[in-house]
Design a protein around this ligand. Structure first.
Ligand code: KIV
Length: 258
């Protein structure tokens, strides 16, 4: 059975921690699903992890629809969440609805959008029209130009209070989950305790209901700089490089094919 939104909400009520991971294609979605991950995000981080860009700003709706379709095909159990990329929702609720519908038709069960109080009207509009929304607050990578880099957020009392208010307003607007990136542990814990919807943290400490990491960071496939809070559970890049080296050597030495 799919780990749908009701299962996530029950997990929060039961105090059970949940694990999310990003994935961008069918084989990795199958692997994540078989590993028992509770949720899979088709993140716009695909611009960085798959396309090799320095940020997520170039990712298009066409890319998101394509990657959502191929991930959803491989996710039999995990909840499938897809990102609304930069420029696909900020113009207004109607634009957000049109593009959310494309992601739901491609197989997403919930869409994620970045932004705080400025997104309240959009979240209300989507929620009233059968689109489950996860609100992404704190460090919002689509705002990298405005923020001047991928910097931790909520460091001053005023900034922390703004993020807290964002979370409350977004839940009241109908957000079914709140993802918090790169904010202080105490703030994330306080928000988690206050909200009835599940929170997902990334670089936000252990107090959140769920954690998410980028697949390439967890598998050691990110050959560029990984964030300090990420943990590689295997050196995937080395394992794969060694396998490819062995293959090339066996071809050259006529060991393969036999
Ligand atoms: O795009 C993404 O992968 C994300 C996660 C880092 C939360 O938004």
């Amino acid at each position: 059975m799919s780990k749908n939104l009701a299962a996530w909400e029950k997990a929060k009520r039961d105090g059970k921690k949940m694990a999310f991971i990003t994935a961008y294609d069918y084989p990795f979605a199958r692997i994540a699903d078989a590993a028992g991950l509770d949720g899979i995000l088709i993140g716009d981080s695909l611009g960085m992890m798959v396309a090799g860009d320095a940020d997520t700003l170039k990712v298009s709706m066409e890319q998101m629809v394509y990657h959502t379709r191929i991930v959803a095909r491989g996710a039999a159990r995990a909840l499938v969440m897809a990102d609304l990329p930069f420029g696909s929702f900020e113009a207004g609720p109607e634009q957000a609805f049109k593009n959310s519908a494309r992601l739901l038709k491609a197989g997403a069960e919930i869409v994620k959008l970045e932004g705080g109080e400025a997104m309240v009207e959009t979240v209300k509009f989507l929620s009233a029209r059968a689109v489950p929304v996860c609100a992404h607050i704190g460090l919002t990578p689509q705002h990298v130009r405005q923020l001047g880099g991928f910097k931790r957020q909520g460091k001053t009392q005023e900034a922390a209070a703004r993020i807290f208010d964002d979370a409350i307003a977004l839940e009241a607007a109908g957000a079914r989950m709140v993802l918090m990136e790169a904010i202080p542990t105490e703030l994330a814990t306080e928000i988690t305790d206050r909200l009835t919807v599940p929170t997902i943290g990334i670089g936000a400490g252990p107090g959140c209901d769920a954690q998410i990491l980028v697949l390439h960071d967890v598998l050691g496939l990110n050959m560029d700089r990984a964030p300090a809070f990420a943990r590689a559970y295997v050196n995937g890049a080395k394992l794969m490089q060694d396998a490819l080296t062995q293959y090339a050597e066996e071809v050259r030495s006529a060991k393969y094919p036999e």
